[in-house]
Design a protein around this ligand. Sequence first.
Ligand SMILES: CC(C)(COP(=O)(O)OP(=O)(O)OC[C@H]1O[C@@H](n2cnc3c(N)ncnc32)[C@H](O)[C@@H]1OP(=O)(O)O)[C@@H](O)C(=O)NCCC(=O)NCCS
Length: 185
Amino acid sequence: MDITWPLSDGRVSIRPFGDGDAAAFLEYWQLPECQEYTSHTVATLEEARAFLSERTARTDVVMGALTIDGQVVGDIGGRRYRPETLGPDPHGWDFYLGYTVRPDRWGQGIASSAVALLTPALHHDGGIRRVVAKAFSRNQASIRVLLKNGFELEGTERAAVLGRDGTWLDDCTLAHLDPRFAVSH
Ligand SMILES: CC(C)(COP(=O)(O)OP(=O)(O)OC[C@H]1O[C@@H](n2cnc3c(N)ncnc32)[C@H](O)[C@@H]1OP(=O)(O)O)[C@@H](O)C(=O)NCCC(=O)NCCS
């Protein structure tokens, strides 16, 4: 996608993952705190390498490394897809957003900064109309990150997904619409 890297606010930067990042990625992605709400997991360096190289090779995927002082502290990215249409060519794209921060850096505003950096870049450079994030209602930190960044809660599917601990999770949809596409009711 046509995003000019890196994005930076002077503290947090986002750049594409590279070949040498697999170990740093595995270090936090394999932790139970990071796997609690994701369907895809990695457990070995081989799996981390394969996961990152599959993602970074795709033109419809953003796989950004969050860095502070050159160290990888998390990731942000997702996949673009065509909006639904009743017939006409919708031209633009929508995007599923996701992110993870290493647990020893939680609560330092890193995810908030990352979403603040990437969302406008997706709209303006990536041609994305709707940036959509799914978050389980139990994941209030993630919901807070999105609401702080102007995402709106559009709906909650009740007991929609079976969690790793065997409980049914409410699944929230939040979205940030490019103001150029806003429709008044
Ligand atoms: C969700 C996650 C990315 C947040 O990262 P982070 O860098 O710690 O987030 P930030 O520090 O930018 O902001 C967290 C916000 O949530 C708030 N928060 C944290 N825990 C909370 C809780 N249990 N209930 C309500 N709010 C909470 C913080 O106070 C902060 O809000 P504030 O800035 O208004 O005070 C991180 O916890 C994570 O990686 N989790 C595992 C992966 C994941 O869940 N990804 C998202 C999938 S949708």
